[in-house]
Structure formats: C-alpha cells, structure tokens
Ligand binder design. Sequence first.
Ligand code: FE
Length: 342
Amino acid sequence: MFTAPLVRSGAAISLAVTILLTTPVAAADEVNVYSYRQPFLIKPMFDLFTKETGIEVNTVFAKKGLVERLESEGANSPADLIFTVDVGNLSSAVEAGVTQSVSSDTLAANIPAEFRDQDGHWFGLTNRARIIVTSKERVPEGEITSYEDLAKPMYEGRICTRSGKHVYMNALFASMIAHHGEEDARAWLTGLKDNLARAPQGNDRAQVKAISEGECDIAIINSYYMGAMQTNEEQFEWAASVNIVFPNQSDRGTHMNIAGMSLTAASPNKENAVKLMEFLSSDLAQAMYAEQNHEYPVNQSVQPSALVRSWGEFDHDPLPLSELVEHRVTASKMVDEVGYDG
Ligand code: FE
C-alpha cells in the first residue's frame, strides 16, 4: 500500500540531490520585498504565494526611507520589489532610478492601462477613490456632485481637508490640471481654498471627525477610510455623520489613485519577483487584497468587499495615472501660490 509513494519520494530525493549539485546556491527560491505598506495588508497574499510556488517572500517594512535605502545599496541591493501607496510615491521611486521596466502579458491583462505605468515601471494593485463626504444634517443629498462644486461661493467656510501638499491632495489637484488646464485649475483651487473652514490639518479621518463635531460640512477623503471608520467602534459615529459622494458621475468620473509595486533596478531574483507581481494581480490574490483595507480591486473581474459594495457603484476617471504624474510639480507649486495651507 505504501510502495508507490515511497518510490516516488525516493525519486524526488535523487532529483533534489541532482539540483543541489548542479545549481548555484544564489538561486534560492526567494523574493525580497521592501514595503511601506503595513504587514497585515500584504502578508496573507505572500503566504499563499509561498504555499503555491515554494518561493519564500522576505519582507522589510518601513514607514519611510526605503527609496533612499535602495539608492544607497545600489547594484548590491537584495531587494526585488518595492510596495507603496499613491502614484506620487511610485513615480518618485522611478525618478530616483531605483526601478526597472516589466513587460508581462499577465499584468497587462489583469491591470487596466490607466492604473499602470505605460513604461512598465509601476503597477497598481488596489484602487482608492478620492471621495467627497458631506454632513447628513447640513448638506442636502445630491447638492454636491463634483469636485468643481467645491469652489462655489455657497460653501464658504464649510470645507475641511488635509494639507494641500499631501500626495493624496497633490494627485487630485494634478488631475484638475490635466482636465481643465493650469489657469482654470488655479481658479478652482483658489475657490476651494476660500471655502476652507480652517487651515488644512490632520489626516483624512480627522476631517470626517470635524464634520461630526460641526466644525465643517464637507471633506475630501480616500474611500477606504470610510470602511476603516465604519468598522471601528470609536470612529463609527464620525462615519455615520456623513453621506458619500462619488464625484463627477455625469462627466469624467471619480478621481482614483492606487497602491502599487515596482520591480527594483537591481533585482537579484527577477523571475520570482515577476511571478509574485503576476500572482498579486490574479483573481484570487485580488479578492484577498481588497478585503484587507476596504480598497477596490485593480483587476476589474474581481468584486470589492460587501462593505465597499454597500457604498454603491460609480464610474472612475479613466485618465491614465502616468499622465497625471506629469502635473505633480505644477500642482504643488499652485498650492504655494494660492496659499492653500495658510
Ligand atoms: Fe491612506
């Protein structure tokens, strides 16, 4: 009864010995990741990847300094992949010269063109919508339908946002420049600035808290923070005080950003790294990934989580993020020019 398996494992052992004798040690089945994203967001997918492929994923997590680390390690860097949020951060890594291009039919099929670099230097893994939230008590439902509405004089002293220099705001402002041109975008930003209830401060969730406390009526935040607050006992009330608006449904669609990945310039395990990238864009990994942080799967054949679906469907702005990146510096200058941060 045990004969067949024994024979088979015997064959496997001799095969393993052969490989050991003929393959250099450096070809260990591993891939090394530098990540700004927190472990709980990506570890479950890495574990599944290891289970399916036998390739170990070693991860260094840090809040900052990983691009600088890649720069100083240069050609000797052990890292294969870098994970971060926001196209602004991804393009900063490209500008620093620490990434390389990947050409993969699987990635091209799984990730829509607007959510990956046209030169293959970065790929989106999850999507977040930059939504508007409005006070249930003080803003009639349906009154605000677009980012452009936020510059209307009727909202003077009623809007809260984080710093205009933050990457999330910078990308939104860059998209306004891409769609309207510099002059109109500046007029809009001036109008928005004039409508602020207070000098920009705090993170996205702090703006929703301010609405719940009556300090302002309207805020701009990333969509997944609604999920984070809705599932947090202490913050549930903040989220319950606002309606979600997916802006610009009658024209270009809602501004989106990504969390994504790049292959490093010096990647020593390139083949394994591309395998991991492709795995993370697959239906299975995408479904897991989207559950972790209330984000939208970048792979359009995968559904968002039930909680995220409960917010409703919407159309997103198809402007390629790589086009938006070109306006980052102008957007940042504009923030200074109009004195957005006070
Ligand atoms: Fe965030």
